[in-house]
Design a protein around this ligand. Structure first.
Ligand code: CAO
Length: 413
């Protein structure tokens, strides 16, 4: 089996979550990802939310699989020489420092291009050009400034951030796509280019349907939202609770035995209406003009899902799934993280993997969700801080033992 990105070398200047998710994905596709970290400190996440004393945290290990780590002070005079050589030897530089940090290290884009015109220089920042371009941004700030928080939650509750890390991991995915496009472009032109993705922009892209709804609002109420017909609409897209974001209505209804995650999401697709009504014991509504069409149901979706819930509450979420699926009713149980992490079918597909680590022992992680038939990803543990410093300096950059010793004495590595 060959690796899809075999031969691509990534100079990974990323930290925390957004950038590391991007380079981890490229590493899973087979790129050689060299993570540059400050000696003694490393990526701040190594020490954040620690569960095992003195061991790299799960925050770090789960975002930095399949990489090599070199410690390097890019502000040290000797360190800058190593950094320059890395720029010459790599295909892609990825970074998500605060705005201007790479420039302040003495490496503006013009200089990077001069050092290596083939290098693709990819960055994540919180915002694109505009009033907030110099701001530092974390996950939830991006969710709040990208339209996700204002549209998530219930009408009578506050704006809500989601558990899915759409600001960080979502932007990392976007950046990875940009890098792959730039690599393809380089095949044709021989030249690298700048790839930028702002976290606000990535979240907005993921909130695309809410921008659809903002414009639909100009033409009347959003009839699939729970605010119709019992509530009110303002001038902006409201929070829609668990309503479906698509053309078919859906809702999360309760199931037995009534625990916090005992819910199932049910979608009423017109062709399955008859099946659904039959199974819940409401055959009389199958052809009733008050209920039989999507248009007739729209003003009373709450009652509709109420009826369905009366039935689902007599079953577990898995029984509901087993009953409705054969009837072609789209539905899905609300699965807890505890249920997902031990689900055998997800282990079989390597979506949930177990990885061993010298400091912390075995732990569970999420493998590559993108499956390539000829290049399956094998998840390897994250590197210890500086684990590959000497190896990279000698085998990638060609320094000899004495030069490496001098770099060490100068505090560059
Ligand atoms: N050698 C020498 N200096 C190094 C170094 C190295 N190997 N690696 C990092 N540094 C320096 C940087 O140059 C920077 O110094 P200056 O401020 O003097 O330029 C400094 O370390 C800190 O970098 P930072 O400002 O990026 O880090 P921070 O912890 O203060 O901020 C974050 C973190 C995430 C808020 C900020 O990096 C950011 O806004 N990034 C862009 C958006 C982003 O990706 N956010 C997602 C984070 S995950 O939720």
């Amino acid at each position: 089996m060959s690796k899809a990105l075999e031969g691509v070398r990534i100079l990974d200047m990323t930290h925390v979550q957004s950038g590391p998710t991007c380079t981890q994905l490229l590493a899973w596709f087979g790129a050689d990802v060299i993570k540059v970290e400050r000696a003694g400190f490393g990526d701040a996440t190594r020490g954040q939310l620690r569960d095992v004393p003195d061991a790299d945290s799960l925050y770090f290990t789960m975002l930095n699989h399949n990489k090599r780590s070199i410690t390097l002070d890019t502000k040290n005079l000797e360190g800058k020489k190593i950094f320059e050589r890395l720029i010459r030897m790599c295909d892609v530089l990825v970074e998500n420092f605060a705005p201007g940090a790479i420039d302040r290290m003495g490496f503006p884009w013009a200089k990077i291009q001069e050092l290596n015109p083939r290098l693709i220089y990819a960055s994540i920042k919180g915002f694109g050009k505009g009033p907030y371009q110099d701001c530092k941004v974390y996950e939830n700030v991006a969710q709040c400034t990208g339209g996700s928080a204002s549209t998530t939650g219930f009408d009578d509750g506050p704006p809500t951030v989601t558990g899915a890390q759409i600001g960080d991991s979502g932007t990392g995915l976007h950046l990875a796509i940009g890098i792959l496009a730039a690599l393809f472009h380089r095949e044709q032109t021989g030249l690298g280019q700048r790839v930028e993705c702002a976290m606000q922009d990535a979240v907005m892209n993921l909130c695309r349907v809410k921008f659809r709804d903002q414009q639909r609002l100009d033409h009347g109420p959003l009839m699939e939202y729970p605010q119709h017909p019992n509530g009110t609409f303002g001038s902006s897209v409201p929070r829609s609770g668990n309503a479906s974001g698509g053309g078919q209505p859906g809702w999360a209804v309760r199931t037995a035995p009534g625990g916090p995650d005992d819910y199932v999401y049910v979608i009423i697709q017109p062709p399955s209406w008859a099946h659904l009504m039959r199974v819940i014991g409401r055959e009389e509504l199958i052809d009733d003009p008050e209920w039989a069409t999507p248009q007739a149901r729209l003003p009373k979706l709450d009652r509709c899902f109420g009826m369905i819930e009366e039935w689902t509450m007599t079953k577990t979420k898995f029984e509901v799934m087993a009953t409705l699926n054969p009837l072609n009713v789209p539905c899905g149980p609300i699965l807890s993280i505890e249920e997902l992490i031990s689900e055998p079918s997800l282990v079989d597909t390597n979506t949930v993997v177990e990885v061993d680590h010298p400091e912390r022992g075995p732990y569970k992680s999420i493998g590559n969700p993108i499956k390539l038939s000829a290049s399956p990803a094998i998840v390897e543990r994250s590197p210890l801080l500086g684990e590959h410093t000497d190896e990279i300096l000698s085998s990638v950059l060609g320094y000899d033992a004495q030069e490496i010793e001098e770099f060490r004495k100068a505090g560059a590595i």
